[in-house]
Design a protein. Structure first.
Lengths: 243, 446
């Protein structure tokens, strides 16, 4: 999986529970990821000064200085990818965290394998030199008068009315919007979305695209927005503005 | 069915008693006034008659008996008086005047300036009276002969002005209307109290009653607000406890999930993870139940039709085998203002219930009925036992006695959905359809 990486990735894990820190370190090291653990913001700054990290896993519920403040500080230091551990059901934490520039979030209690999949997806993206490093802090994207807000995970139609999407549809649309006017093969989409999706998704991609076209009022036969590419792929044909 | 003379409402009863009392007082007052006026008019009439008779009698009595006929012929008098000079007392078919009327007339005659010797009792004969509309009065001259006068009597009119009765009725009606208004106004706080109690039953966070109005009402309002506050604190304590437990369980569940990754037996690990997923779902439901959606999510414009279809798509993705039995009926788009995440959760819970209990769900969106949007979620399962209908909204109550978690869930799906809809000013009701299956009906105000 990580053959393309020249070195073993090094991750900084910040969580106030000692058992979780140790278990995560053991779990990730079994997957050949080097882990340094910190128990709070002070500890984390010290660890940050002494090492070079490819990714930070940050629990937002920290004693003392909050995880959000630490994330803000980290963003002033570098563009290192941040995966947040958010309290389940705390929407506002997640939204603020993503708007601060976190790359992804995993609600706690998390499934370790899902966390691992997310970490790998981000590492692959940042390690791939063909993939341009995306500005993680876009609050929203505008295309063809539609607005997609990744932090709030919502889509607004040209009248500003929220249009519901399933989790899969949202991730698919976000992947297409972030790489507008580039052809994404089904394999690439699968790879981008693997971290998020629990079940088999390959067949579902076509279903999700057809639903997305319906919701975007993009006529399936003469689709103008999400175009089907011969040979199995999709492209979002629109100018995307960052908000 | 008997006629209801005694109204049910307190305001109507109080007003009825007051208006009834008012009517009695007004009636008595009118009677006293009438009798008084009759007395005054009787006296005035007697004085007038006495004056008129005296005007005829005095010149005749002072003249010579032989010249009386000639004098009378020269005298001018009103046409309602018939005057005769006769040798005998009046002879007519009228009976004697009633004693009280006679006495009044005789006394006034003697008070009138007759200018002649006092008229004695036997010198006067009085016939007829008010009841006959005429009177015949005979006066015996001291020397010789009788003066007989017949005159018409005007009936007594106690209500001299024709507008008097109209004014009286108007006054009575105005007083009654004023009474009704005052009673309604005084008793309005009772209605407000009843409404507040009703609102509290639906929503513990309903605003407190305004403490104003009469002392008794203000005291009741204070007592009510205190009671509401206690209930609120009790409910709050309970939900806070649930939420705290939910929060605290997250760390041990995370640890256990990590530990499970070090279990080498694949089958056991899968079972542990599935147990933990279930535990996590329970914690998630408890936290969702304890959350007040009003404070955590803003109201935004959203497409309800698309939301319902997305909920069905999600349900279909989770159970591909049932995809055929999930359907949406209604308009393609319908914009309302709501909390989209919460509303999605509420409808997801309702659809999940239909899918888990009946294996099917038809979601029907009926736009705008009297300011409400109605959503029906139908299934073709066995329906709900009538004894269960009331209990399904109780937290942690599960429809299946077996408490089989495979299908039973945690027992918070419906209470969460109802909390969310009530926070939107709407509601959910559950019923069995006549043609089988259950129907959840959701109303959301526009």
């Amino acid at each position: 999986m990580l053959q393309s990486m020249e070195q073993t990735p090094h991750i900084l894990v910040i969580d106030d529970d000692r058992d979780i820190r140790e278990l995560m370190a053991r779990f990730l090291e079994k997957q050949r990821i080097r882990v340094t653990a910190a128990r709070d913001a002070k500890d984390a700054r010290k660890a940050w000064a002494n090492g070079h990290y490819h990714l930070v896993v940050l629990d937002l519920m920290l004693p003392g200085e909050s995880g959000l403040e630490l994330a803000r500080w980290l963003r002033t230091q570098s563009a290192v990818p941040i995966v947040m551990l958010t309290a389940m059901g705390e929407e506002t934490d997640r939204i603020i965290g993503l708007e601060l520039g976190a790359d992804d979030y995993v609600p706690k209690p998390f499934n370790p394998r899902e966390l691992l999949a997310r970490i790998r997806a981000i590492l692959r993206r940042t390690g791939d030199h063909n993939e341009q490093r995306l500005e993680p802090s876009a609050r929203g994207y505008r295309f063809d008068n539609w607005t997609l807000e990744p932090a709030r995970r919502r889509l607004l139609n040209p009248e500003g009315v929220e249009v519901a999407l399933t989790g899969g549809e949202f991730d698919l649309l976000q992947a297409l919007v972030e790489r507008a006017n580039r052809v994404l093969t089904r394999d690439m989409l699968l790879d981008l979305l693997r971290g998020r999706q629990a079940g088999p998704f390959d067949r579902a991609i076509d279903v999700a695209v057809s639903r997305l076209r319906r919701k975007l009022e993009d006529d399936g036969r003469h689709a103008q927005l999400i175009k089907t590419v011969r040979g199995g792929g999709y492209v979002l044909a629109a100018t995307v503005e960052r908000a | 069915m008997t006629l209801r003379l005694w109204p049910r409402s307190l305001a109507a009863r109080t007003a009825l008693i007051l208006v009834f009392g008012l009517a009695i007082v007004q009636g008595l007052g009118l009677a006293i006034h009438t009798f008084d006026r009759l007395d005054v008019q009787r006296l005035a009439q007697a004085r007038e008659i006495a004056g008129r008779i005296a005007n005829v009698y005095r010149p005749l009595a002072q003249s010579d008996p032989a010249h009386r006929d000639a004098l009378l012929a020269q005298m001018h008098h009103e046409p309602d008086m018939v005057i005769q000079l006769s040798a005998a007392p009046p002879d007519d078919d009228l009976p004697d005047m009633p004693a009280p009327e006679q006495r009044l007339l005789r006394i006034t005659m003697n008070l009138a300036p007759v200018g002649a010797p006092q008229l004695r009792w036997r010198d006067m004969v009085l016939h007829g009276g008010r009841d006959w509309r005429q009177a015949v009065i005979g006066i015996h001259f001291r020397d010789t002969g009788w003066l007989n006068i017949r005159l018409a009597l005007q009936p007594l009119r106690p209500w001299h002005a024709p507008t008097f009765l109209a004014a009286f009725c108007l006054m009575t009606l105005a007083a009654a209307a004023l009474t009704w208004w005052a009673v309604r106004r005084l008793l309005a706080p009772v209605q407000i109290l009843a409404q507040a109690a009703e609102a509290l039953g639906r929503d513990v966070n309903a605003p407190p009653l305004p403490v104003n109005g009469p002392a008794e009402i203000a005291t009741a309002a204070i007592a009510f607000n205190t009671m509401a506050e206690r209930i609120r604190r009790f409910v709050q304590d309970r939900t806070e406890l649930l939420t705290a437990i939910g929060h605290d369980l997250r760390t041990p569940i995370t640890r256990l999930k990590l530990r499970a990754e070090f279990v080498d037996d694949d089958e056991q690990r899968a079972k542990i993870l599935s147990d933990l997923a279930e535990l996590e779902a329970m914690v998630a439901a408890t936290l969702a139940f304890g959350r007040d959606v009003r404070t955590t999510e803003p109201v935004v414009p959203m497409d309800l039709a698309e939301l319902l279809r997305t909920v069905l798509d999600d349900a279909g993705d989770a159970r591909p085998d049932l995809q055929e039995k999930l359907a949406y009926e209604g308009p393609a788009h319908l914009t309302i203002r709501a909390r989209s995440l919460s509303l999605k959760r509420a409808f997801a819970n309702l659809v999940a219930n239909a899918v888990n209990y009946a294996g099917s769900a038809v979601v029907r969106l009926i736009p705008a009925q009297a300011g409400f949007v109605v959503v029906q979620i139908d299934d073709d399962g066995p329906g709900i036992a009538p004894t269960e209908l009331d209990r399904v909204f109780e937290p942690f109550h599960r429809g299946e006695p077996s408490r089989n978690r495979e299908t039973g869930g945690v027992g918070l799906g419906l209470p969460i959905a109802r909390n969310i809809l009530r926070a939107h000013g709407g509601d959910i009701t559950l019923a069995n359809r006549p043609d089988g299956g259950a129907r959840a009906t959701v109303t959301i105000p526009l």
